[in-house]
Design a protein around this ligand. Structure first.
Ligand code: CTP
Ligand code: MG
Length: 168
């Protein structure tokens, strides 16, 4: 496989973990409606438990499917599973950190934070997955470059399909 296509293949569970909560969206917020010391919500209503676990499940499932298609890429099922879990958990964690930061600077739920929304989940996923399977510097730079466009495209699509109320 081409080096750049390989990078996209690698990151796929993170993309699915980040995108699927919009379909799962639950009711109970992860911060249980609680406010932080600044009086603003800790995370806000956009981060729910159902969305989190739905995203984690979807990302890991994608990894399992990827292993069936291309086992050589991972070497073993256990590595494929660990990698998919790290990428998915990392993506969801990065998204939570992003919401925490957005609330601290006074951005309402759903308000677009250019940079944070597109790179937060990616960087967090890459950091957690790196010890399990490394990428080249070129591959990391490529993912940093293309992810904002893919993120934007996916959100416009989710908006057109009426899964989201805003196209970002
Ligand atoms: N979602 C969820 N649980 C999560 C993440 C996302 O239920 N852990 C759902 C919510 O319905 C959310 C939608 O997916 O509104 C889109 O996710 P995102 O854009 O990350 O959330 P925002 O609503 O933009 O909230 P924030 O400003 O905190 O990022
Ligand atoms: Mg958003």
């Amino acid at each position: 496989m081409n080096e750049l296509l390989e990078a996209l293949w690698y990151i796929l569970p993170a993309y699915f973990a980040n995108a699927s909560p919009v379909i799962f969206k639950g009711k109970t917020p992860m911060d249980f409606g609680k406010s932080f010391v600044d009086g603003k919500r800790i995370l806000g209503d956009g981060k729910t438990w159902r969305g989190f676990f739905g995203g984690l499940f979807t990302g890991v499932l994608i990894g399992v499917i990827q292993y069936q298609i291309k086992p050589d890429f991972y070497g073993s099922f256990s590595i494929a599973l660990k990698l998919a879990f790290a990428l998915s958990f990392g993506a969801l964690l990065g998204d939570l950190i992003g919401s925490f930061v957005k609330r601290r600077i006074g951005m309402e739920r759903g308000y677009p934070a250019v940079g944070l929304d597109q790179w937060g989940f990616l960087v967090s996923a890459l950091v957690l997955a790196y010890p399990i399977k490394t990428l080249t510097t070129g591959q990391v730079l490529f993912l940093l470059l293309v992810t904002p466009f893919i993120h934007w495209g996916a959100n416009v699509l989710a908006y057109k399909l009426k899964w989201k109320s805003v196209p970002w």
